[in-house]
Structure formats: structure tokens, C-alpha cells
Design a protein around this ligand. Structure first.
Ligand SMILES: Cc1cc2nc3c(=O)[nH]c(=O)nc-3n(C[C@H](O)[C@H](O)[C@H](O)COP(=O)(O)OP(=O)(O)OC[C@H]3O[C@@H](n4cnc5c(N)ncnc54)[C@H](O)[C@@H]3O)c2cc1C
Length: 431
């Protein structure tokens, strides 16, 4: 069988590309070797957070418009402003269809709080992280109670409170810290390793203990108008659980991501998979692509390893969405940086001792975060000989030429490049 499009990697980029391809009517499969970075992320989509000099970007689309004029190699330049905007609208619509509404602040960025209490600019967030009501509460300096659950060790309310108090938007706001007890906790006491965000979110999903939790919240929060909880109030039906808790407590409920696994990210992962399946996409989980054959600048086939034997998969188009070092799309070896399936050209060429900065929190960040596969203007991957591969496009963190952390643009580049790849493939195959 020959697919229209095989997507290698089922992260934010692979899934977004898969949804768009399948929605366009292409016979699409996603093959993914393991977990993706969404399980470790904030669940917010960073579009453009910081300038080259480290200043906070207020209006991301305006900033990207200027970036496109000045940086020819940036993935945003290759994608173009119109496709970037379309991709964000597309993403919002698809997640809304799976009951995960994403909010933005119009043309402006808003702020999200990290698991350790840092405050970062971002563009799209779930409504428990950014909403007009939350914005009003901050503006009116309403009292906030930061709560944790007794026995939960992947989140530190005291540290969050201490850190956010340093941020200008939280100054002059009274912030208290408290803890509440989850009734179910007593049953997990014998095995504390099971008291993780994913276990607790499953308990929330049952909705059985909501009235008791609401009473605990009221007791611990006192007269605070808003409370923040570690983000685990459900995966699939978090929206209605949050509404019920707000009604029961009479308080605004905000969520802060915990240390991994991140439930805010998991919600997006689940919703994207649902959308992909709804358009008839195929998903092969736990299967790694180990090699690919390239002939005359075209991919002929890719292979998985089955009981020691190579098993070939063929497609008209391939999208490489294997992520960066974190997910195994790139590898650092003694001899240099390599792309792990096709051994494509990468921009990770400078001497090994220049890959990183000596100071971990260096303002200039680390050069290796900029490394990735070299692409042409249409996101086609390039071979080490400098030739563009006609039917192999790149999406997401595997693309070189940008720094997702320093620029605060990881989610935006993943979604926009994935959408662009799908647009180009659909246009060509429908000719
Ligand atoms: C820990 C972490 C946290 C982040 N947090 C945020 C955030 O909060 N907001 C934000 O905007 N950006 C964040 N980013 C930036 C991030 O790069 C992007 O947001 C985006 O999630 C990257 O998606 P991706 O699909 O390109 O890659 P990934 O999510 O890394 O997915 C790649 C997938 O490819 C699979 N794969 C790899 N090799 C193979 C193979 N050979 N065969 C088959 N499958 C393979 C992997 O198993 C994985 O599932 C974060 C990045 C990291 C690493």
C-alpha cells in the first residue's frame, strides 16, 4: 500500500500536520516511536515571546512580521505570516471541537506561570490558565490562594508564591498558600509513587469527590477570590469539572502546570489524536522508523525494525516531525550533530565546545538549541550534498535555525510549520 503522506513523529507538529492532511482527504498515517514533548510542556502555545535581546514581545504577529524581513533562515520566514495566522486559527478550531477551548489576548501575548513559579509570555492557553475573567481579577488586585494537595510532591505552592510575588503583575496582590487533602489520598498512602498528577486527574475525572474537595478549598482559601491548583483537575472533561468546582466554591479556579507528566499538555495530546482519528487518520504507536532510502533526491521508502528484519513503508510524501534532541530526532555524537533517520544536513557544525554556553542560565542561551535539519524555502529537507529532497518536508522541533527557548516560539513553529507542510502536500497531490 502506498500512502499519500507518512508523518514520522506524533508530537505537536506531527499531529497538527496529520489532522490537516487527513482533513484534506489525504490517506495519512502517523508513526510515532514514543511520548512527545507535550507531556512535559506547559500546555500553552508560545508564538513569539522574546526578542533577540531578550525583551518581552508584546504583539507576536507584529514581531514575526519584522522577523521575516530580517531573518531569512528562520522557519517563520519560510512559512510566511499568512500561513502562520491560518495555522493558529485552524489549531484553535480543532481543539475547540474536542472541548478544549484555547484563549488568547487578541493581538497581545499574555502570561503563564511555570511549575517553578516563573512568569512567561505566551500566546494561547487553556481557559484555566488565561481568560478575561482571570485578567479582571488580576487587574482588580483580588486576593489569591495558591493551594496544593497534601502528599503531592511534584508541585511546590510555597515556591510558586515566592516567585510570582517578584513579578510586576502580581505586586500589590495579597497571596496566601494553603494545602488541602484529597479524600482518596488515604488509599494511596501505602504507595506514594502512585500519587502523581496523572493518577489524581483520573480521580478528578470520576467527579465523585468534588463536593468534598470544594469544601476543603473553601476552608483553605478563606476569603481569597481566586485559587490556583496544580493542573490535574481532569483530562477529558476538565472544562466541566472546573465549572462545577467554581460553582461549588464560588471562587475563580486557575491551574499551574506541575512537574511532568503535564496534564495541561496531555489534554492537548489527547484532543489532537481525537481530531486526527475523526478525519480517518491512521496512527501507529510505539514503532520507530530506523532508516530511509533516498534515490535521486526523493525518498523511496522508510523502514521499521520488526524482529530484526526491516519492514518497508512507502508513501508519496513524508513529513519528518521527530522533534529535537529531547525526542531523538537529533543526536550529538563525537563527530558532530546528526539527524537520526536519513542522516540529513544539519546546522550543528561548529566545534563541540561551542555547542553550549558555560553558564546554564546564560542570557544568550545555548547554541545547540538552534540546531536542526537544514531546509530549503519550502521546508524540504536537504541532504549533506546540499540537495533538497522533493518529497520529504520538515515540521516542528527538528527544523534548524531558531531557538524555541530563547525566542519563546516552540509551539508556534511546530503548529505553523506542520500546517504549511500539509498545505504544500495537499496542493501538490490535488493538482
Ligand atoms: C520539555 C519541553 C517542554 C516544552 N514546553 C513548551 C511549552 O510549554 N510551550 C511551547 O510553545 N513549546 C514548548 N516546547 C517546545 C517544543 O519544541 C514544541 O512546543 C513542540 O512541542 C515540539 O513538537 P514536535 O512535534 O516538533 O516534537 P516532539 O513533541 O518532540 O515530538 C516528536 C515525536 O517524534 C517521535 N520520534 C522521534 N524519533 C522517531 C523515530 N525514529 N520514529 C518514530 N517516531 C519518532 C518521538 O517519540 C515524539 O513522539 C517544549 C519543549 C520541550 C523539549
Amino acid at each position: 500500500m502506498i500512502y499519500d503522506c507518512v508523518i514520522i513523529g506524533g508530537g505537536l507538529a506531527g499531529l497538527t500536520c496529520g489532522i490537516k492532511c487527513a482533513k484534506e482527504g489525504l490517506h495519512t498515517v502517523i508513526i510515532s516511536g514514543g511520548m512527545n514533548s507535550l507531556h512535559f510542556s506547559s500546555g500553552s502555545i508560545d508564538l513569539a515571546g522574546y526578542t533577540e535581546k531578550g525583551a518581552i514581545v508584546k504583539k507576536p504577529f507584529e514581531y514575526i512580521k519584522d522577523l521575516i524581513k530580517s531573518n531569512k533562515e528562520h522557519p517563520y520566514t519560510k512559512i510566511g505570516l499568512s500561513s502562520i495566522k491560518k495555522s493558529i486559527d485552524f489549531f484553535i478550531d480543532e481543539l475547540a471541537s474536542d472541548n478544549i477551548p484555547l484563549n488568547n489576548n487578541g493581538e497581545y501575548n499574555h502570561f503563564r506561570v511555570t511549575p517553578l513559579g516563573a512568569v512567561k509570555p505566551t500566546y494561547l492557553s487553556q481557559e484555566s490558565v488565561y481568560s478575561s475573567k482571570g485578567k479582571e481579577i488580576i487587574k482588580s488586585k483580588g486576593k489569591i490562594a495558591i493551594l496544593n494537595f497534601k502528599g503531592f510532591r511534584d508541585y511546590y505552592a510555597e515556591q510558586t508564591a515566592a516567585n510570582i510575588k517578584n513579578h510586576p503583575i502580581f505586586q500589590d496582590i495579597e497571596i496566601t498558600v494553603g494545602s488541602i487533602s484529597l479524600p482518596y489520598y488515604h488509599k494511596t498512602e501505602k504507595n506514594l509513587h502512585e500519587f502523581r498528577s496523572i493518577d489524581i486527574s483520573r480521580i478528578f475525572e470520576t467527579e465523585k469527590y468534588l463536593p468534598r474537595i470544594a469544601e476543603e478549598i473553601k476552608r483553605a482559601a478563606g476569603d481569597a477570590v481566586a485559587i490556583s491548583l496544580p493542573a490535574f483537575i481532569g483530562i477529558k472533561n476538565y472544562k466541566s469539572i472546573r465549572q462545577k468546582l467554581e460553582a461549588m466554591t464560588g471562587k475563580f479556579i486557575y491551574e499551574i502546570p506541575t512537574l511532568p507528566p503535564s496534564i495541561l499538555g496531555l489534554r492537548i495530546d489527547h484532543a489532537l489524536k481525537d481530531r486526527f482519528f475523526s478525519y480517518g487518520g491512521e496512527y501507529i504507536a510505539g514503532e520507530k522508523i530506523v532508516s530511509g532510502k533516498i534515490n535521486k533526491n526523493e525518498v523511496e521508502s522508510i523502514s521499521t525494525l520488526n524482529e530484526g528484519r526491516l519492514s518497508e513503508i512507502k508513501s508519496k510524501y513524508y513529513v519528518l516531525a521527530t522533534g529535537s534532541f529531547f525526542s531523538g530526532g537529533l543526536q550529538s555524537r563525537l563527530e558532530g550533530i546528526s539527524e537520526t533517520i536519513f542522516d540529513l544536513a544539519t546546522n550543528g557544525t561548529n566545534p563541540r565546545n561551542k555547542w553550549y554556553s558555560k553558564n546554564f542560565f546564560d542570557k544568550k542561551s545555548h547554541p545547540f538549541l538552534n540546531f536542526g535539519v537544514v531546509t530549503d524555502k519550502n521546508l524540504n529537507a536537504k541532504t549533506k550534498e546540499g540537495k533538497a529532497i522533493k518529497n520529504l518536508l520538515c515540521a516542528g522541533a527538528i527544523i534548524g535555525g531558531y531557538n524555541p527557548i530563547k525566542e519563546g516560539c516552540g509551539g508556534g513553529v511546530a503548529i505553523a510549520s506542520a500546517y504549511k507542510c500539509a498545505e504544500l502536500i495537499a496542493k501538490d497531490l490535488k493538482k
